[in-house]
Write a protein that binds this ligand. Structure first.
Ligand code: HEM
Length: 184
């Protein structure tokens, strides 16, 4: 269960259907993405701040929310640039973001609605700015890839921790999960 970010990226591009046309559309709208990144960050943290539990996480340490604004702007813009044409650096950065969230206990229940909100808000802004449906679709796809990284990090970290602590084999672990799931 060792995660190889670039291989995971390639698999997700294929499954989600991020095409080279999508990448060109994203690239050619990178300045627009940069321009709306701060507004998107405001929407994002206002949304998270409305939830009591997430608000407590956001404000747990001094300056965290301020730092988050900056990292969000960078993250958002990178979806358009692809960092290194959606290669190794992009995949490693998405894997790292996944690990950061697992460490602070942010799971699927928090991340999935948050990403749905990103897709919804960027869709609204693209409509206001008369952007194409193709751009909106490409953004939806790259958001889903980034979401898959965060979700996969959760699974990989949890499984590795159990395997390390118990010394179980992967096969035994999978069997135990299957048995546990059928008794739920
Ligand atoms: C669409 C989903 C999300 C995206 C794209 C996202 C993006 C990011 C990025 C880019 C970072 C910086 C990672 C780094 O240090 O390199 C980060 C860290 C963090 N995120 Fe998220 N995030 C998401 C969901 C959430 C949710 C739901 C919460 C819940 C409150 C959250 C809270 C945090 C916190 C607390 C940090 C660490 C801040 C620190 O360095 O102290 N994120 N996030």
């Amino acid at each position: 269960m060792t995660m190889e970010p670039t291989a995971f990226m390639t698999m997700m591009e294929k499954r989600i259907g991020l095409t080279s046309e999508d990448k060109s559309i994203l690239n050619s709208n990178a300045d627009w993405g940069k321009g709306i990144a701060s507004t998107m960050a405001d929407h994002f943290y206002t949304y998270l701040g409305r939830d009591e539990e997430m608000n407590a996480i956001l404000n747990k340490t001094e300056g965290r929310i301020h730092r988050l604004h900056e990292t969000y702007i960078k993250w958002f813009h990178e979806m358009f640039t692809g960092v290194d044409a959606w290669g190794e650096s992009y995949a490693n950065s998405r894997w790292h973001i996944g690990l950061v969230h697992v460490k602070i206990g942010i799971g699927p229940q928090h991340v999935v609605p948050a990403m749905a909100m990103v897709v919804h808000e960027v869709g609204k802004l693209s409509k206001v700015d008369a952007k194409s449906e193709e751009l909106k679709d490409a953004l939806g796809r790259i958001c889903m890839i980034d979401l898959a990284f965060i979700e996969q990090a959760y699974v990989e970290v949890s499984s590795s921790a159990v395997l390390r602590e118990t010394g179980w084999s992967e096969a035994l672990f999978k069997r135990l999960i299957a048995t546990g799931a059928s008794s739920m």
